[in-house]
Design a protein around this ligand. Structure first.
Ligand code: F6R
Length: 243
C-alpha cells in the first residue's frame, strides 16, 4: 500500500488526479467515482486538465459507488446528479452509471448494478472517500468484507454527517444502494483520499488496525494495489501505528 501525505486538500487532489491522468492516458476505460466532499479537489483538477491539457475521458465509462434511495430523479443531492454537477458535465466522459435508487424493486436494481459493474470491469481505478466511522461506499460498520451491491441502511452518524448537504438531517434518506466491499475490491487499483482531522481515527484504523467488518475500509489491507492520499490533518494518527 502506498500512503502519501500532502500539505493540504488541493495538493491531495493533484496527486490523485495524477493517478487518474496517467491511467486514462495509458488506456484505462473504466473508472470508479465517489461523491461527497472528499473527491471535489480531484474533480476540479481533472476538469482543469481536460480544459487546459487535453485530458480526454471520451473512451471512459464511469461507475458510481452508491446512491440514495427515494430521491426524485434530478434531486440536487442524488449522487447521479452530484456527479454531473461536480464532474461529468464539465468533461467528455463516454458514460456514467450508478445504482437506481428510484427503482420499485431495489434488490433487483442492486443486483443488476452489481452485474453491470462486473461485466464492464474490472474497474481500472476506483476513487474512494472514507466516512468518519470507517465506511467506504456506504458500507457501514458490520458490512461483510465480501459483500456485493445491495440495499442498506445508513447509521445515524452518517446521516448526521451528510445533513450538511440537505436542508436538515430529517431530509437525509435512511436507505441507500451501495457497491459492496467485495464489489469495490474487484477494482484493479483503489485510491482513497481523506482530508481533515475528523478522518484521522478512521484512517488509522483502516490502515493499521485489524481487518474487520467493524472498520469497512480495513478491507483495503487485503487488496494488492492501494494508494491512500491524505493531508496532514487526516494523517495525525499514522505515526503512532508506524504507517
Ligand atoms: C460517497 C461515498 C462515501 C463518502 C464518505 C465520505 O459516494 O461513497 O463513502 O466517500 O461518506 O464523505 P465526505 O467526502 O463527504 O466526507
Amino acid at each position: 500500500m502506498d500512503v502519501i501525505v500532502e500539505r493540504d486538500e488541493a495538493a491531495c487532489g493533484r496527486v490523485v488526479a495524477d493517478v487518474f491522468d496517467r491511467a486514462v492516458r495509458s488506456g484505462a476505460t473504466t473508472l470508479g467515482l465517489a461523491t461527497g466532499s472528499s473527491p471535489l479537489s480531484v474533480y476540479r483538477e481533472l476538469i482543469r486538465r481536460h480544459r487546459e491539457e487535453g485530458l480526454s475521458f471520451a473512451a471512459v465509462r464511469a461507475f458510481l459507488l452508491d446512491e440514495y434511495v427515494g430521491l426524485p430523479v434530478g434531486h440536487p443531492q442524488s449522487y447521479a446528479q452530484v456527479i454531473r454537477t461536480e464532474f461529468a458535465d464539465h468533461v467528455d466522459l463516454g458514460g456514467v452509471f450508478g445504482p437506481d435508487g428510484g427503482s420499485s424493486d431495489l434488490s433487483s436494481a442492486a443486483a443488476a448494478y452489481d452485474a453491470l459493474v462486473v461485466s464492464s470491469g474490472p474497474v481500472d481505478v476506483q476513487l474512494l472517500g472514507i466516512g468518519a466511522n470507517g465506511h467506504i461506499g456506504f458500507n457501514e460498520p458490520g458490512s461483510p468484507l465480501d459483500s456485493r451491491t445491495r440495499v442498506t441502511t445508513l447509521t445515524s452518524q452518517t446521516r448526521q454527517d451528510n445533513a450538511r448537504f440537505f436542508a436538515g438531517v430529517d431530509e437525509v434518506p435512511h436507505r441507500v444502494i451501495t457497491q459492496g466491499l467485495g464489489t469495490i475490491s474487484s477494482a484493479r487499483h483503489l485510491v482513497l483520499i481523506a482530508t481533515g482531522e475528523r478522518k484521522a481515527a478512521a484512517i488509522a484504523a483502516a490502515l493499521g488496525g485489524p481487518v474487520t467488518p467493524e472498520c469497512p475500509a480495513s478491507v483495503l489491507q487485503l487488496h494488492p494495489r492501494v494508494t491512500v492520499v491524505v493531508d496532514e490533518g487526516a494523517a495525525v494518527g499514522l505515526d503512532r501505528i508506524g504507517v
